[in-house]
Design a protein around this ligand. Structure first.
Ligand SMILES: [Fe+2]
Length: 268
């Protein structure tokens, strides 16, 4: 068991071998689920359920403490944990989450954003923007993050989390609790605009997903701190449960349009 209390700000312990988390505290609303290989199949580079870890990942939704339950509920926010297995699926594709887009907030033209934090392992976050009809990818970025680093998924971007390392990857997220998700583009094109696959010499290849037709070049960028939103390396993201004003941008992106613009955050 790996003690993640200090890094996460929660009484949680990681069992890498069994791809499990132990929540040692009062988590009044937590809902645990798993994504199986069969469920992930429509999002994979190669069709069919072949080899790979099963389940591919586990999720703990609403993983907040009783003492923060009321404040989080009033603010209409959600804190989740996702634990991805290590390994490859159907031969060479690295373990990943299905991928989805977020609802566009009525009257604003802005999709709901989300923030992630790596708690154990190393994460690759592949984010992409598409045209309104989801017929082509317009911008694609790959953000690598180590433990304590935070990653903002800006309005309008779909996202998937990929684990290329040989240990499980645990990530946390804060997101608006009532917006809806759109998984269809990722299903239609069998994943993101690029697939991350392991090659024969132990390296990582980043392959264009030909189902998209032409795709823009993928740009690699680094995670960075966003102090305005309380997103700094030295502070577990969960602690924002006691400073929820900082997370207002998740439900009211229109009030922060300039601050969460991709060009400003990542200097694109
Ligand atoms: Fe999301």
């Amino acid at each position: 068991m790996i003690d993640l209390q200090k890094i996460s700000g929660l009484p949680i312990f990681l069992d890498k071998k069994n791809l499990e988390l132990e929540l040692r505290g009062d988590f009044p609303s937590v809902k645990k689920s798993a994504r199986t290989l069969a469920e992930l199949e429509p999002y994979l580079k190669t069709s069919g359920v072949g080899s790979g870890p099963d389940p591919v990942y586990r999720m703990w939704r609403e993983a907040h403490l009783e003492s923060d339950d009321q404040n989080i509920g009033v603010r209409n926010l959600r804190y989740d944990l996702t634990l991805l297995a290590q390994g490859r699926i159907n031969g060479d594709e690295f373990v990943k989450t299905a991928g989805h887009f977020h609802e566009v907030k009525t009257g604003t033209g802005l999709g709901y954003p989300e923030i992630y934090e790596v708690l154990s392992g190393r994460g690759y976050f592949l984010i992409q923007k598409m045209d309104e009809a989801f017929s082509r990818a317009e911008e694609v970025y790959l953000i690598e993050a180590a433990p304590k680093e935070k990653v903002l998924v800006p309005p309008g971007f779909g996202h998937t989390t990929i684990n290329v390392y040989d240990e499980p990857l645990l990530v946390a997220n804060w997101v608006g609790a009532t917006m809806s998700y759109n998984y269809e583009p990722y299903k239609k094109y069998r994943g993101a605009a690029y697939h991350l696959v392991g090659n024969e010499v132990g390296g990582i290849d980043i392959l264009k997903n030909s189902n998209y037709g032409d795709v823009p070049e993928i740009k690699k960028i680094k995670a960075r701190e966003l102090p305005k939103f309380g997103l700094i390396e030295s502070r577990p993201m969960y602690e924002l449960a006691r400073d929820l004003n900082k997370l207002r941008f998740l439900n009211y992106p229109e009030e922060f349009a300039n601050d969460i613009d991709t060009k400003i955050i990542y200097n694109f």
